[in-house]
Ligand binder design. Structure first.
Ligand code: PLP
Length: 387
């Protein structure tokens, strides 16, 4: 029998266990206290001192000259792409990347980039230096499309929170630079990669010109991301942020929560362990589950819409991702919540098949059916009362 402790007690005995995302967390008491006490200024006119402190601290952690606070990861990525791309340039990114699939096409629409997804030839979520060299192309006639950017993602969300190690990242970034490309790293969950590997976050940014990191995912801040790079880049990023309506005034109220969030990086190891326990339990129940490298578990199912409805009805909230069921562990869960989720989900009943490897699924018809599934999940029957 497992021990009963504070960490094991289920927070969700009477409500749903929310495994949709690591963004569902509530700000901690320390965050709320820090927000109330924050020293602030008008960040659009001058600088806000608390935002500045956060920007300097994150730049230091990432090994960058400077960083800029932005309201969201999507805005951070967009600003970086706008800074790197000239309209009509092609950019490369691993298939299923957030910038390709989940930012409403802003990479093309607002930054003017032609997306070129690369298959995960280096393992789930990962591409090889050879693939980058091939896709970057060489000189051609004047009408040849110019490829100017590689956009990486660590951890790779749609591939199941997969981790790229420092030497793999550095080799791919070096290949891109040798081919004349700039490199942007979407590090929304770079903290998770660093904890999983036991390396400082700065070890995972080598060769990247710009990096985006989120405070509102595993670290639990209510809002905020940083986009980091050279001093010239952050000066331009500040202009682009304003252009997108992202200049905030007394932003220190928000940045104060971010500074507290940065003290929670090591805690991510608990989320990774809970994801491992969750995956193991699901496998024991007969589900076809990915081996989590961080805080994301993907289940392959034959009937995505039906499975989402079944989970929702049982009191376990999950999300569709790349044709699979995604479960994410986060700071507001206990070990007991994982036990509760496993009890509620129970054994697989109708068998599961999955023809597509996890890392190749995001593009193509699989993704279209994912959208349909998401729509029908939205219309799913209400959760049972008392869950
Ligand atoms: C890999 C990745 N990049 C970027 C984002 C965008 O972050 P935001 O929701 O803050 O815009 C997300 C969000 O989940 C993500 O998973």
């Amino acid at each position: 029998m497992r021990p009963t402790s504070r960490a094991r007690r289920a927070k969700s005995e009477s409500g749903p266990v929310d495994l949709r995302s690591d963004t569902v967390t509530q700000p901690t008491k320390q965050m709320r206290a820090a927000m109330a006490a924050a020293e602030v200024g008008d960040d659009v006119l001058d600088r806000d001192p608390t935002m500045r402190a956060l920007e300097e601290r994150v730049a230091g952690l990432l090994g960058a000259a400077d960083s800029l606070w932005v309201p969201s990861g999507s805005m951070g990525n967009l600003i970086a792409l706008m800074a790197h791309l000239t309209r009509g340039d092609a950019f490369l990114a691993p298939a299923g990347s957030h910038v390709l699939e989940a930012e409403l096409g802003t990479a093309a629409w607002l930054a003017g980039g032609m997306p070129r997804p690369l298959e995960h030839d280096g393992g789930p979520g990962k591409i090889t230096p050879d693939a980058v060299r091939r896709a970057a192309g060489g000189p051609g006639p004047y009408y040849t499309m110019r490829t100017s950017l590689l956009c990486l993602e660590n951890t790779h969300n749609a591939a199941g929170g997969t981790v790229t190690a420092p030497e793999e990242h550095a080799a791919v970034a070096a290949a891109a630079r040798a081919a004349g490309l700039s490199v942007h790293l979407d590090g929304a969950r770079l903290w998770h990669a660093a904890v999983a590997l036991g390396v400082p976050p700065g070890a995972l940014t080598v060769g990247a010109d710009t990096v985006q990191v989120c405070l509102s995912k595993g670290l639990g801040a209510p809002v905020g991301s940083l986009v980091a790079g050279s001093a010239e880049f952050t000066a331009e990023a500040r202009r682009l942020r304003k252009m997108l309506g992202g200049g905030v005034r007394q932003g220190g109220v928000l940045a104060a929560a971010g500074l507290v969030a940065l003290d929670r990086v090591d805690r991510l190891a608990e989320d990774h362990e809970r994801a491992r326990v969750l995956a193991e339990g699901l496998r024991e129940h007969g589900w076809q589950v990915s081996e989590p490298e961080t805080n994301i578990v993907l289940i392959s199912v034959a009937d995505l819409a039906g499975t989402l409805t079944r989970f929702e009805d049982s009191g376990v909230r999950v999300a569709p991702m790349a044709g699979k069921v995604r479960l994410m562990t986060h700071a507001d869960l206990t070990d007991g919540d994982i036990d509760t989720a496993l009890d509620r989900i129970g054994p697989v009943e109708n068998g599961v098949q999955d023809p597509a490897p996890a890392h190749l699924a995001p593009a193509g018809p699989g993704h279209r059916s994912l959208r349909r599934a998401a729509g029908s999940a939205g219309r799913a029957p209400a959760r049972r009362a008392g869950r």
